[in-house]
Design a protein around this ligand. Structure first.
Ligand code: HH2
Length: 288
């Protein structure tokens, strides 16, 4: 029996994962925000953000994710106008000669519309269409990809008291409903990926279980994107601030790959590329 490859279509570009030896793709994070938890303020300036994006591609990023609104726990929402003022100049510079497909981390249909009209390839919605199908309809109109992330609550409240009666069933069920909503809004089935939302309404233990059981989401038939990079569950385990979470990030990324992740959203592209390359070589080695 031959298995079908997993596919993600990004407006003319396609990522294909071999079912036996899938090659993990890396999404490099570019935060054009003054307050992101991992790199807040460092790339707020347009030129610095563009330089950083190009450096991530040189390090081996297959895809870039540009965000202009922080979604850290307790972060302040920004208006669509402010988000566009931050995002669009960076996007314009990168899309003149796109170094790789570009995703835009936004929950607002008007911001997505402006970004996709300029040629962005994907929308990364950390709320998983919680506000309804409008964002999906915009993606459908442009033939763009859509990443649906599981979040319990909102960034303002999500870490107050995360609770699940059945973590894996609830995360999978919510994502399955979001996929159905996206497809009914006209998004091409092969242009959708799903994400368990590490840190989005999850305790340390919830995050660990989701990383261990990425395979549960692979059953949805979409590529699975996972974003453990520098997150607070690593800080909680090791007692370290975000600047010192590289080793923890590498361990989480390798575990996620072993559990079936297709795309990793990371800040430290070069280091993760090396760690994943070795993990994949071990996975693909002969048994004896
Ligand atoms: N995590 C963050 C933001 N966007 N998107 C996806 N698909 N998956 C994630 O896990 C994810 C995400 C939060 O990380 P970061 O961008 O570093 O911080 P901030 O939200 O403060 O900008």
């Amino acid at each position: 029996m031959t298995m079908d490859p997993t596919i993600l279509r990004l407006r003319g570009q396609t990522f294909t994962w071999d079912p036996v030896r899938p090659r993990t793709r890396l999404m490099g994070v570019v935060n054009v925000t003054p307050d992101s938890f991992a790199d807040g303020g460092r790339f707020f300036d347009r030129d610095a953000a563009v330089r950083h994006a190009r450096a991530l591609v040189a390090e081996g990023a297959d895809l870039l994710d540009i965000g202009a609104e922080s979604t850290r726990p307790g972060s302040r929402p920004v208006s669509a106008a402010e988000e566009q003022d931050r995002l669009l100049p960076v996007l314009d510079a990168l899309l003149k000669e796109p170094p790789c497909p570009i995703s835009v981390d936004t929950t607002k249909p008007e911001v997505a519309e402006a970004a996709l009209a300029r040629g962005a390839h994907m929308v990364n919605d950390v709320t998983g269409l919680a506000a309804g199908p409008a964002l999906a309809a915009v993606c459908a109109r442009y033939g763009a990809a859509l990443c649906l992330v599981h979040m319990q609550g909102t960034p303002a409240t999500m870490q107050a008291a995360p609770h699940y009666d059945n973590l894996l069933a609830e995360v999978r069920g919510r994502l399955a409903r979001a996929v159905a909503a996206a497809e009914s809004a006209g998004v091409v089935p092969e242009a959708i990926c799903v994400d368990p939302g590490i840190g989005f309404g999850k305790t340390v233990e919830h995050n660990l279980t989701l990383l261990k059981r990425v395979d549960v989401l692979a059953g949805l038939g979409k590529p699975v994107l996972v974003g453990p990079s520098r997150k607070s569950f690593i800080g909680a385990l090791l007692g370290l601030p975000s600047a010192e979470r590289l080793e923890g990030t590498l361990a989480a990324c390798v575990a996620a790959v072993q559990a079936g992740a297709h795309i990793l959203r990371v800040h430290d592209v070069a280091a993760v590329r090396r760690a994943v390359r070795v993990a994949e070589a071990i996975r693909d080695a002969p048994e004896a």
